[in-house]
Design a protein around this ligand. Structure first.
Ligand code: CTP
Ligand code: MG
Length: 242
């Protein structure tokens, strides 16, 4: 049986604010999506990759990813949807009959190391149907709601302070039993049409089924690139890596 990785790269990168999609932005000479695909391939546990791309950019994405000498697994490219959830669903539709484990990974986390990919796949193959990498939260996190009338528009009321010790900031790659992920996407399909309702991660869709999801230890290098400052941090991490 085989492991398919869906590499999401169809976002526009609005918060980064460049004139090209975030997955194609350069980090030390290579697009983010290439860094991510290289590390998936280097894990040794990924048999093929499906990359979701922005509309009209299939050949551009195929050229940079499939022709990279370090990406030595088969690569297919599919146009993504209007939300991350819709993009993952488009990738999942290309799973082959032998793909019994599916990873979902964001090109926005280009430096997620091969050992993290292996850790996630190992946990799925050990019988955990949904596995996400997570790190302890260092900030105190508060749940908020609207403030009473009379407060300014930038004031919110604290509803709750969850115990930080039981919180995890989760990353990708997330790994799944293929049938469970398909069931989760099928049941949650109606949410995929709008950014406000779409799931921000795939484990959330599994949780919505009432099925358990599990956390394994994440990696600092699996940080997400959202802003220019994140790109600078990633460049520093890459220097440390070499
Ligand atoms: N993604 C996707 N399809 C979408 C939206 C997002 O495949 N319709 C992917 C992105 O390419 C990224 C990952 O999902 O790898 C996480 O999304 P995010 O960090 O929000 O990236 P963008 O949506 O590109 O950025 P922004 O929200 O700033 O526009
Ligand atoms: Mg986004």
């Amino acid at each position: 049986m085989t492991t398919l990785a869906i590499l999401t790269a169809a976002g526009s990168g609005t918060r980064l604010g460049r004139d090209l999609p975030k997955a194609l932005v350069d980090l030390a000479g290579f697009p983010l999506v290439v860094h991510a695909a290289r590390r998936l391939a280097a894990s040794g546990v990924v048999d093929s990759v499906v990359v979701t791309c922005p509309p009209g950019l299939d050949s551009a994405v195929r050229d940079v990813v499939a022709q990279d000498p370090h990406v030595d697994v088969p690569v297919r490219v599919v146009e993504g949807g209007g939300t991350r959830q819709a993009s993952v669903a488009a990738g999942l539709a290309l799973a082959g009959p032998d793909d019994d484990v599916v990873l979902v990974h964001d090109a926005a986390r280009p430096l997620a190391p091969p050992r993290l990919v292996r850790r996630v796949v190992d946990a799925v193959r050990a019988g955990h149907g949904a596995v996400v990498p997570g790190l302890p939260v260092t900030d105190t996190v508060k749940r908020v709601g609207p403030a009473s009338s009379g407060s300014g528009p930038d004031v919110e009321r604290v509803v709750e302070t969850p115990d930080r010790a039981v919180l995890r900031a989760v990353q990708t790659p997330q790994g799944f039993d293929r049938a469970l992920l398909e069931r989760a996407h099928a049941q949650g399909a109606a949410r995929a049409t709008a950014e406000g309702s779409a799931a921000t991660d795939d484990a959330g869709l599994v949780e919505a089924l009432g099925e358990p999801a599990y956390v394994v230890t994440g990696e600092e290098a699996a940080m997400k690139i959202t802003t220019e400052r994140d790109l600078q941090v990633a460049a520093l991490l890459l220097e440390e890596e070499s």
